[in-house]
Design a protein around this ligand. Sequence first.
Ligand SMILES: Cc1cc2nc3c(=O)[nH]c(=O)nc-3n(C[C@H](O)[C@H](O)[C@H](O)COP(=O)(O)OP(=O)(O)OC[C@H]3O[C@@H](n4cnc5c(N)ncnc54)[C@H](O)[C@@H]3O)c2cc1C
Length: 420
Amino acid sequence: MPLAGEICDVLIIGGGPAGATAAALLAERGSDVVLLEKAAHPRFHIGESLLPRNLPLFERLGVAEKIAAIGVHKPGAEFICDEMGGRVAFPFALSRVKGFSHAYQVRRAEFDQILFENARAKGARLRERVRVVAVAEGAGERLSVRAESAEDGALAFAPRFVLDASGRETFMASRLGLKETDKHNNTAAVFAHFRGVSPRHDDMAGAISIHFVRDGWLWVIPLPEGLTSIGFVGTAAAFKGRNEAIADFFLARLRESPSLWARMGEAACVSPVTSTGNYSYRARRAWGDRWLMIGDAFAFLDPVFSSGVLMAMTMAEQGAETALAWLADPARGAQLARRQERQIRAALDRIGWMIHRINTPVLRELFLAPRNTLGMRDAIISLLAGHLRPERGMAVPVLAFKSIYYALAAFRRLSPQPAR
Ligand SMILES: Cc1cc2nc3c(=O)[nH]c(=O)nc-3n(C[C@H](O)[C@H](O)[C@H](O)COP(=O)(O)OP(=O)(O)OC[C@H]3O[C@@H](n4cnc5c(N)ncnc54)[C@H](O)[C@@H]3O)c2cc1C
């Protein structure tokens, strides 16, 4: 069969943090990479709070200074529950893993554009306003990718490997029927940008604030130039029977947290109020013959611990290695893909354990009165900083934390099952 379409080594679907990271790392190593992005940067995206563990990745990509210049310094996270009368700060500086004391809050339009342009500077061939519409077997060792461009109409490519970084569009997982929604985390979110929200002035200035409320939680993320991102993530119960406009629903939820409402004063909403539903999912398989999913294209977790961008970029870094290995030796590539999938699933399970219980009174209580017995508080901070792999010395504190959770839940005759 003759080769139909533009030839390249690796074709990447999507130019968010996962796609742009993989493109930069592959191009740097000499691969001929094509990245197709259906939108055009800069474009709005939610997911503005980053984690300390992101920073070494920025160094490796050579964008650390640019990210620091557009970001608000984030020293940690604070959790507040008006109903339980508690507020607790988790400064990253106390993490068990030393050397990761801050992160950044960013406008994703700027952040994603920096990563995207970095990939271009490293030699990746980037195309915007081009939507991938089909991936199929091609001639010889190549796949066949069809795309539609706003300017150029139908396009065809013949890559040797495809990285699916299409985010929540889940290009491969949806088409192959591999997507499984997480029944334990059937939440939805409503969010907007505000101007005029009172900033924090103490040593946690710049931190993300998480306010626990009925049937969900609210985030407050300070962004550059006086902007603040605020969102509500609610369980199905929170949205059941909603008949008012989404903006009115959102305002009513903000009012339910007196501590947050006190910061709103004369604040004005300066963006559309947006909602997104059907939250967490994973694909049953992360890879196949000559393709691999990275970032949200593979899995999405509730954002309470701000882990999405870090997970996406980590999968991209590993995915670039897998693609390179596959190009050299498919058997070795498959071996790496298998190992990568195992590691990512384990990380998702570790953080998922807490996320699934975040709306239970017992976990909220444990969060709001953190004890450092056996290093439990510092282990939580490590998790919040993005240390998702089992680090030395973490096993005992994590086990202790879980044991106390189960004991308390049993004692209170609460089901230790995740909130639904
Ligand atoms: C409400 C909410 C709050 C969040 N808060 C946080 C947070 O505070 N911190 C955090 O780290 N994460 C957060 N996240 C998660 C974070 O947004 C994602 O994990 C992250 O953006 C994943 O990066 P990605 O590159 O995999 O996907 P994306 O950033 O979504 O990028 C995918 C790209 O692929 C493009 N694309 C899709 N389909 C095609 C196609 N067929 N052809 C071509 N291009 C295509 C899209 O246009 C997009 O640019 C949040 C998510 C939600 C929903």
